[in-house]
Design a binder for this molecule. Sequence first.
Ligand code: BES
Ligand code: MN
Ligand code: ZN
Length: 508
Amino acid sequence: MLPKPVDVKVAVRGSVPSDADAVAVIMTKGSTPTDLPEGIATTVAALVKAGMATGKAGEAVVQLLDGHKPGRLLVIGLGKAKTLSVDEVRKGAGTAVRAAKPRALKEISIAFPEDHALSDEHLETLPCDLTARWLVEGAEIAEPDWDTYRSERKDLSVATLTVIAKDGEKSTKEEIEKGVEEGLIVARAQNFARSLVNEPGNVLTPTELARRAKAMCVEMGIACETYGMEKLDELKMGAFRAVAQGSAEAPALIVMTYTPEGGTADGAPVMGLVGKGITFDTGGISIKPADNMEKMKYDMAGSAAMIGAMRAIAELKPKVKVIGVVCSAENMPDGKAFKPGDVVTAMSGKTIEIINTDAEGRLVLADGLHYAKTLGCTHLVDAATLTGACVVALGYNNVGLFSNDEETWAAFMAGVKKSGEKFWRLPCTEDYREQIKSQIGDIMNSGGRAAGAVTAAMFLKEFAGETPWIHLDIAGMAWNEETKPWLPKGPTGVAVRSIVEWVRGYGE
Ligand code: BES
Ligand code: MN
Ligand code: ZN
């Protein structure tokens, strides 16, 4: 189920909304916030002086504001001013929301950090529309608790967030409002992706994923086609169908198309967003051990990221055509399942020797990437919970990024500057190709233990061919295992924001 969105308003400084339950102030480490809304400056200063509010990252000090309306003050730490970035502003707002929730503070306002938390140096690099955007994103993303399947739960949702800003030189109300609006669009798209990832495998089958993608597209006014097994056979998607054939659940091929108003010029870029949508990964005949197998419901997080990104794109309306392709199936062991040793022919015509049926993500993506090219995509990005090896390499702090094109990589990283997500580039150079050479066919679907994330990327690269391409291995980043001050446990919706920014870069 889609979480309830937080309603966001912008108020001009001096007028702290008197119907708010709490007002939040964010501060950097060791600073004393200045230029605060009336009635709270002295309380904040006293908390700082007493050493109760230090400004360290993730800190949330809750104080009674006796005789005041709002009656609670939240002082939120951002960490060191020196290392302040997009992410810290977002985490600050998130921390405020997550501190408010268990205390049933439903209406909160937050003081725009421009004057009291950001130094001049940061003001230069962080324009106010973006700062407003991050505040809103941080708040929206922090809000959901992913407890929709619990019978006894209290609704403690934060209902409204008011950004209190000064209408001035540095930041005009219009700029802040624009930032708020964009932040809402992107964060709600991210929450939509998370709501899909949160669903259990018995609910979110490939067919159900297709239905929800379609419903979103209809709501947002973009084109969407969904297909089943016959279409895979018609398109000769032998790799995708091999994965799907062991399940009683039909596969789904989802194609979402956003065309800018007035169309695009000949030769204009067409962005292809390809997502791995394994709604449950048992490993197939090369079955996984029981421990943690339940996590494999999130093996469709790459496709959720693409569906979420398409939702934001439909609302932001960049001047570039975008096609989202989702390859969804359930990877199951069965009498009809594909087996190690099988040789399958991908849509591109390449033959693949199956070494391990648990390396299924690259198989569905091989056909998805090739298909996207036949639809006219000139630039490709794929997102996938592709390898455990990527989790070993980068842990839970960076998405593994691979690319066959320097310019496209640079364009992606320019978007990342605004999105604030974390990516680390790993190699996919030809010297790794040796590991996936097959004796029997053109290529093998596993390159063994060494550099597992890289050989998986090498496999995909084969199908991206000459088309500029970015591969995002989100295996370690799609699910948050421990509660953070700014983020609940559960699906993260990682990569939605960066993919949206990357696409927008081509529409400018
Ligand atoms: N879905 C898994 C990868 C994964 C692991 C995602 C952990 C999230 C958390 C993928 O399909 C898989 O099983 N990959 C294998 C590949 C191997 C058989 C070459 C892996 O990483 O072990
Ligand atoms: Mn697998
Ligand atoms: Zn998988």
